[in-house]
Design a protein around this ligand. Structure first.
Ligand SMILES: Nc1ncnc2c1ncn2[C@@H]1O[C@H](COP(=O)(O)OP(=O)(O)OP(=O)(O)O)[C@@H](O)[C@H]1O
Ligand SMILES: [Mg+2]
Length: 492
């Protein structure tokens, strides 16, 4: 424990003792300061940092006991070792009761003398460390409290609602915005069962699913929920504990009512424009048909060509307008409102009859097979649109000489319909996007195909409205297969 920077103050009026101590201690690497009386000792203490005091009791000017009292008062952390003769051992013991650390008797036994000093130094170091730990702990506690109150302030001031639940589906943290969005006016004390705050089965189910499905760090579920007058977006994620186990859920709620209203206004507007455009276009289309049929007099060849071209353009425009109206209806949840027992085979037959001439133009072989056919509860017009879109795509995105195979088969509770082609295929990273509105894959071989990228989003909307699913499998340059499953609902 010898440490060069350790400073020892020797206070003794006998020069021999001071010199003796000095010799021994400096020999051991200590820094030794000396005082021949109490006053000098106090002056040194006021001026320098000292680690141990060796203090004689019997001294002129100021007695050792007096120095001890002052030192204990002013520098309580410095251990004081009393130097005492045999005759004053009782007094030395009394000094220990008043704060001295230990005593050593004159004449000194060097070993014992050094041991006592080393022990005092160890004690001093331990105390210093303990004090540092204590200060550190206090600082950490202070930081933690500061952090906690900062977090609390942030969460409480957030405009979005925050709700944290524990594993028992109890709310353990919420902020004022949550209460405002859920229109709850009474004060709620945590913990409280989540079902007492949230009156929405879908959100409750989501929270239960998140808890039960094991941790998946980047998984979050976003859903729209209605709360009184407001439409809210709820984004829920698992709350992960230190070992990455799920300890509850965290949900952030945002008021999206204004966006919803804007969205509705936008689709109303699109609907209105589409309707307004459709009527005059239909009128022009009809009049052109009258002209083409020669009902307004015979046409010259050139006139016929121009009018035919016009009709083709009008048909494209009408198709686009119909698609836009379809999308608006799907988004408003009004597309498939009239479901009736439907003969799906007949719909497929009609669609193929309609599209076969187009396939032949491209020298594409269009074939179909049926197995275990059953009737579905469905909207015939919607289902017709689905097949028209899928088969048209299969023809459009296949090179000349390709094959398009449609298969329909009943599988217990589902009807499975596949549309398979030998076309250009779709790259894996494009696959998730093809069902998005207006998304079209850029492919050098299909650049000439006209389209708006609405077909598949309409298909998906219609299938979902029938509680069905659609997925796609594709190998670039080999072909693509779309697979639809529609639930068979027996005729009532
Ligand atoms: N069978 C297919 N083979 C290869 N690519 C396809 C196939 N079906 C769809 N795609 C790709 O997906 C994109 C989106 O298809 P979607 O039917 O939605 O739009 P579109 O055919 O471009 O236009 P439209 O709205 O007129 O149908 C297409 O542009 C095409 O790139
Ligand atoms: Mg299409």
């Amino acid at each position: 424990m010898m440490n060069e920077s350790m400073k020892i103050l020797v206070v003794d009026d006998e020069r021999v003792v001071r010199d003796g101590c000095h010799r021994v201690l400096t020999g051991k690497g200590f820094d030794v300061l000396m005082a021949e009386n109490g006053r000098q000792a106090m002056d040194i203490l006021a001026d320098k940092l000292v680690d141990v005091i060796l203090l004689d009791l019997k001294m002129p000017v100021m007695s050792g006991e007096e120095v001890l009292e002052k030192a204990c008062d002013l520098y309580g952390e410095i251990p004081v070792i009393i130097i005492t003769g045999h005759g004053t051992i009782d007094t030395a013991v009394g000094c220990m009761k008043r704060g001295a650390y230990d005593f050593i008797t004159k004449p000194f036994q060097i070993d014992q003398f050094l041991m006592t000093i080393n022990r005092a130094i160890e004690k001093r170091e331990l105390e210093q460390k303990a004090r540092l730990y204590e200060e550190e702990k206090l600082r950490n506690l202070y930081d933690l409290n500061l952090e906690k109150s900062r977090l609390k302030t942030i969460i409480n001031c957030m405009a979005n609602g925050v709700m944290v639940t524990n594993r028992n589906m109890e709310v353990v943290l919420h902020n004022p915005a949550l209460m405002r969005l859920l229109e709850i006016s009474e004060k709620v004390e945590n913990p409280i069962a989540v079902t007492r705050i949230i009156d929405n089965d879908r959100l409750i189910n989501t929270l239960e699913t998140i808890q039960s499905e094991g941790p998946s760090k980047d998984a979050f579920i976003s859903q729209e929920i209605k709360a009184e007058k407001n439409v809210l977006r709820a984004i829920s994620a698992p709350a992960l504990g230190p070992e990455d186990g799920i300890v509850g859920t965290v949900t952030v709620l945002e008021d999206i009512t204004p966006f919803k209203q804007l969205d509705e206004m936008k689709s109303d507007f699109a609907n209105m424009v589409a309707h307004e455009l459709r009527s005059p276009l239909m009128a022009i289309r009809q009049q052109d048909s009258v002209l083409l049929e020669g009902l307004a007099g015979p046409l010259q060849e050139k006139q016929r060509t121009f009018i035919s071209r016009g009709v083709k353009k009008i048909d494209q425009l009408l198709e686009l307008i119909n698609d836009l109206l379809d999308i608006a209806k799907i988004e408003a949840g009004k597309h498939v409102q009239h479901q009736v027992p439907t003969d799906i085979e007949q719909i497929i037959r009609d669609t193929i009859a309609l599209l076969d001439p187009r396939a032949q133009e491209q020298n594409i072989e269009l074939s179909v097979s049926y197995q275990n056919m059953a009737r579905l509860q469905a909207d015939p017009k919607g289902i017709g649109e689905v097949f028209t879109n899928l088969i048209t795509n299969a023809i459009n995105y296949s090179p000349e000489g390709g094959k398009v195979v449609v298969t329909a088969q009943g599988l217990n509770e589902y009807m499975e319909i596949k549309v398979k082609d030998t076309g250009v295929g779709i790259l894996a990273d494009e696959l998730p996007k093809i069902f998005d509105k207006f998304y079209r894959v850029k492919h050098p071989k299909t650049r000439q195909v006209l389209g708006t990228g609405l077909g598949l989003s309409i298909v998906k909307g219609i299938i979902q409205a029938h509680n069905g699913t659609i997925d796609v499998d594709s190998v670039p340059d080999k072909g693509t297969t779309f697979r639809i499953l529609l639930p068979i609902i027996l005729d009532k």
